[in-house]
Design a binder for this molecule. Structure first.
Ligand code: FES
Ligand SMILES: [Fe+2]
Length: 355
């Protein structure tokens, strides 16, 4: 499925305008953010009939709800009368979906059931009108939506990634949210991804935070389909510093990695930290970090919120530097480390399929 990069030339990487120009940003919204599977939430957030969540996938408002049969339904959150956004709350429970503009009302399958002043619409056949469908599927308790009604299943899209994550050995369905933080940064979303999928920066940016914990030389980047699993082994000797020792594991590595286009997973001894990147503009992004634990992990060691703050700031600091350099005529990517920046070139190849 890989074809050569339209933007590959004398230098590696994307031209600088891919990180700054509104035109490129719009193209991304109209291609990859419209037609890929994206992580939107957890099944336990949608436990009862009528529970819903809303989200923006690219520029498209989407809602996911549980119907009376217990199935998840994904719909475009846009009224077919004149196009108003239907639901505005991030989460809630509904019996019906009623448009706030002229009160057209839809059932939980998105079927139009009532119209205000029906006599004013003599030719309207309600049975022919419903909300546009998106697709929803789950893996490991994570809910994914594809705004496109057609195309490959989530299983095909994930291309074996769940087999890699099974190595962690915990039941992914048992994870429950224990904390979340949201960051907004003046950084193009692709710089956040690129920094995440390479470990060449570890010894500089994370000299104090991650290097004492992980065997940095032996991190393995394992591109799989559109995605980038990253296996991170711990140092073999127990770290002396108690704060670092708390995260250290003897018998298994940290299963980390990127699921294109918006999800980053980081397993650890006492839980799993899952990050979601959302583009907010050509030079602005949101990163939500959500921390999960199984009941057993929570009982053994409840999550401590300070454990990730330092690493996040170390990464945002270097990404801000990239955003500051990218507008320069001198901006270029001259060479990439064979293994330890492999994720960057793989990500660019995947982007090329969409752009
Ligand atoms: S736009 Fe929704 S009822 Fe008119
Ligand atoms: Fe980093």
């Amino acid at each position: 499925m890989t074809r050569s990069l339209p933007f590959a030339g004398a230098s590696l990487g994307l031209p600088g305008r891919y990180y700054t120009e509104p035109e490129i940003y719009q193209r991304e919204l109209k291609t990859l953010w419209r037609s890929s599977w994206q992580w939107v939430g957890r099944v336990e957030d949608l436990a009862a009939p009528g529970d819903y969540l809303t989200c923006m996938l690219g520029e498209e408002p989407i809602l996911v709800l549980r119907d009376e049969q217990g199935e998840l339904v994904a719909l475009h959150n846009v009224c077919p009368h004149r196009g108003a956004r239907l639901l505005s709350e991030a989460r809630g429970n509904c019996k019906m979906l009623q448009c706030p503009y002229h009160a057209w009302t839809f059932d939980r399958q998105g079927q139009l059931v009532a119209v205000l002043q029906p006599k004013w619409f003599p030719d309207l056949d309600k049975s022919q009108i419903s909300l546009a469908r998106a697709r929803v599927e789950c893996w490991g308790g994570f809910v994914f939506v594809n705004p496109d009604a057609e195309g490959e299943s989530l299983g095909e899209y994930l291309a074996g990634y769940p087999d890699y994550l099974a190595g962690w050995g915990e039941r992914w369905e048992d994870l429950r949210e224990v904390a979340r933080t949201s960051y907004e940064e003046p950084i193009n979303w692709k710089f956040i991804v690129e920094n995440y999928v390479e470990d060449y920066h570890f010894t500089i940016a994370h000299a104090r935070s991650l290097v004492p914990l992980f065997e940095v030389q032996n991190i393995r980047t394992l591109p799989t389909g559109r995605h980038i699993p990253i296996l991170v082994p711990y140092v073999s000797e127990p770290p002396a510093d108690p704060a670092t020792f708390r995260h250290w594991e003897q018998h298994r590595p940290s299963y980390q990695g990127f699921i294109f286009p918006n999800m980053m997973i980081n397993t650890g001894k006492s839980g799993c930290s899952v990050w979601r990147v959302t583009p907010l503009g050509p030079e602005r992004s949101r990163l939500e970090t959500i921390h999960y634990q199984t009941p057993g992990q929570y009982a053994a060691e409840p999550y401590l919120p300070e454990s990730w703050a330092e690493v996040m700031e170390e990464d945002f600091a270097v990404c801000r530097l990239l955003q500051q350099g990218v507008g320069s005529r001198a901006y270029q990517v001259r060479s990439l480390a064979e293994e330890h920046e492999l994720g960057v070139s793989h990500f660019h190849q995947v982007l090329a399929q969409y752009l």
